[in-house]
Design a binder for this molecule. Structure first.
Ligand SMILES: CC(C)(COP(=O)(O)OP(=O)(O)OC[C@H]1O[C@@H](n2cnc3c(N)ncnc32)[C@H](O)[C@@H]1OP(=O)(O)O)[C@@H](O)C(=O)NCCC(=O)NCCS
Length: 363
């Protein structure tokens, strides 16, 4: 049977759709598993979403993806993703990348073992350990799979832990239309102050009298839907102070290295959605990989503003900007167990290109 780890993967489900002459009638469905709860599973099929009660499932299993990306495609995408999330301190081990950013984010503080490390594998892992010891950080290696499976086997033998799998998902651009996004409006701020003044929502972006948002972004009961649907997505070439606070997980400041990771990309936009002066949704878009790839990151909506279509609208705005900047495809990285985000991205047409595991050396 299926488990949460299967979310984001292609599966086949045989379900019981009726009984005839005392015998069950079966129907098979093939698609990507977007949600799995105790009572239902949701499949994204070629015909659209299919919600199946677990009680009707006779058998279900994972099946191979339609097309596996080539190793070259995985390497190209991983390099574009590295450019989109640039660690300020970098080293190289042959083709392998060594990255450090004061510990801010797993990706910017891990080695990327793709290509030839210019030495035997055990010596390469030893060198990674030494480099991170010099930075005063724990050694971490991100292993894209199945490309870096041999590295993974070496790390297994050394007792390195594995964090939960991350799905690297892609879709062609432009995004396919979705209902909520069609109503999106936007403004673009070319050079806002980094200290924060991108936050002036236009009149369209203000909550109406019947649906004022509170300081926590929570709208009043009446007119709530109107508040969210009329909020404006602003794209700015620098993050506001509130945007940076959101990226910090609302825990105060970010290290300097984090600011570098977020902003040191030539083509970058920061999406801000304000309702009544409160930042309720954010997102970040970059164009890297020789102009081919729009990278989406830090898509986040305040809990009180969720399921109102704001994330869809943020992503559509960033995608529109990506297309106008020449990008032909979009990618993002999402933890496999983040079912809300996986469902959101599936709805927008994303599917899993490959996965990676973050491997951490034993203490
Ligand atoms: C994931 C997240 C950004 C979604 O934001 P949102 O504004 O609530 O999403 P939307 O309203 O645009 O959702 C669009 C669709 O995505 C899917 N979806 C979104 N949240 C979902 C959830 N919790 N469960 C199942 N499906 C969900 C649904 O199909 C939804 O359409 P519907 O509401 O008509 O059913 C938000 O939950 C969030 O901020 N989570 C924490 C941060 C995070 O995990 N970010 C992603 C990092 S990769």
């Amino acid at each position: 049977m299926l488990r949460q780890q299967d979310v984001g993967y292609r599966i086949v489900v045989r379900r019981i759709v009726g009984i005839r002459e005392g015998r069950p009638l079966f129907s098979d469905a093939l698609g990507e598993l977007v949600e799995l709860s105790e009572t239902h599973l949701t499949l994204s099929t070629a015909q659209g979403h299919l919600r199946v009660p677990v009680a009707q499932v006779h058998r279900a299993k994972r099946v191979p993806p339609t097309r596996r990306p080539t190793a070259a495609a995985v390497v190209a995408l991983e390099r574009a993703a590295d450019e989109a999330w640039p660690a300020p301190t970098r080293g190289q081990l042959g083709d392998w990348l060594l990255r450090s950013a004061e510990g801010w984010s797993g990706r910017a503080n891990s080695a990327l073992p793709i290509g030839d490390p210019d030495r035997p594998l055990p010596a390469a892992v030893d060198a990674v350990e030494r480099w991170y010891a010099e930075q005063g950080q724990p050694p971490i290696i991100n292993t894209p799979l199945p490309l870096a499976a041999p590295v993974g086997a070496e790390l297994d033998a050394r007792g390195w832990a594995a964090r939960p799998p991350v799905l690297v998902q892609t879709t062609p651009l432009p995004l396919r239309p979705t209902g909520t996004a069609s109503a999106a409006r936007s403004t673009t701020t070319e050079q806002p102050s980094a200290d924060g003044d991108t936050g002036t929502a236009t009149t369209d972006g203000q909550a109406g009298a019947d649906g004022q948002a509170g300081a926590d972004g929570q709208a009043g009961a009446d007119g709530q839907a109107g508040v969210w649907s009329s909020a404006v997505v602003e794209l700015a070439s620098a993050p506001s102070a509130e945007w940076l606070a959101a990226a910090a997980g609302r825990k105060g400041g970010l290290p300097d290295a984090a600011r570098h990771v977020l902003t040191a990309v030539d083509l970058v936009r920061f999406a801000h959605v304000y309702v009544d002066g409160t930042l309720v949704a954010v997102g970040r878009g970059t164009v890297t990989g020789q102009g081919r790839w729009l990278g989406l990151s830090l898509i986040e909506v305040l809990p009180a503003a969720r399921r109102q279509g704001l994330a869809v609208r943020v992503i559509h705005e960033l995608a529109g900007w990506g297309v106008s900047s020449g990008a032909t495809h979009a990618f993002l990285q999402v933890e496999q167990h983040n079912t809300a985000a996986v469902a959101l991205y599936r709805r927008l047409g994303f599917s899993t290109h490959h996965t990676y595991l973050t491997r951490v050396a034993p203490q």
